[in-house]
Ligand binder design. Sequence first.
Ligand code: TYM
Length: 332
Amino acid sequence: MKHIVSGIQPTGSLNIGTYLGSIRNFVKLQESYPEHHFFLFIADLHAITIPRDRQALRRTIKELGALYLACGLKKEKLSLFIQSEIPAHSQMAYLLQCFTYIGELERMTQYKEKAQKQVSGVASSLFTYPVLMAGDILLYDAEYVPVGEDQKQHLELTRDIAMRVNQRIGEFFTVPKPLIPKVGARIMSLIEPDKKMSKSDDYIKSRILLLDDEVIIRKRIMSAVTDSDQSIKYDKVNKPGISNLITIYGAITNESIEVIEARFKNESYQSFKKAVADVVVEELKPIQARYKEIINSNELDAFLDEGRLYAEKIAMKKVAKLNHKLGLGRKQ
Ligand code: TYM
């Protein structure tokens, strides 16, 4: 069976950037790839490259698990699991480090940006993080990996590592392809629209959380930074704020930029922002209702157990095979 793999870090409450760039896309992809099995996970090992409060991390892991389900993923052909519960992820990361060059990791823009922000004590795991991610993908021989724009470089590295391993030991890994959504692959901050909307941004006003209530959502969108031009036109360079709102509106309604521009041609920014807020609120309502049901039930734990059991078998086998291919251990 062919596989699709992706993950999200539990580093903070989920925002609509992550939602539009990933989970919403997963839901759509389940429709367009009905034959594929989906491995979606909570990338908690990735989250500890920076020190975290353990209670907060545990809470975020559970919240993310519940949100995955609340966003409408179908349970058939889906294994949802927590990365750290399958030790093969850490094991594969080490094996792949033996096939990854320091120079390649030094070129990763996310590493450079994150390391720059930290004054001292940058953990080596922040540096090797893309190899852990490559392992997440290659363990399951993913054919496709749906991600947002910011993960593209990590995907390219994953492909390079897979090809290098295949060259050295013979065909072993499927070389994965990224699946980046046409609209919504890079949702920007609401207050600094030249920066990505991010879970780790210091400014809470920069983002809308999936669990924000209606009043907050409306407030955030109405106060989103825009230019003073008052024309609702998509122009990423000169009008990044309004372009971001057009993208959010279009990603949710599935309408093209042209259709949106034409509809709001004679409207003010004020009334367009109200329309954006309306579609965001409507999109999030059923997700929030479903979230409340899931978080107070045993449904999530049961599904995570099931997901772990299914994924673990595949992952363990793959690591054992690679160990053997590399001459590790005693088995002939
Ligand atoms: P993370 O947790 O930062 O983000 C999860 C997914 O959401 C996308 N995304 C966005 N898309 C559009 N606009 C935004 N503002 C935005 N912010 C985030 C990301 O591109 C990503 O697809 N390293 C990964 C997690 C990971 C992973 C993997 C992904 C670990 N192992 C294996 C795929 C396959 C990360 O930190 O994503």
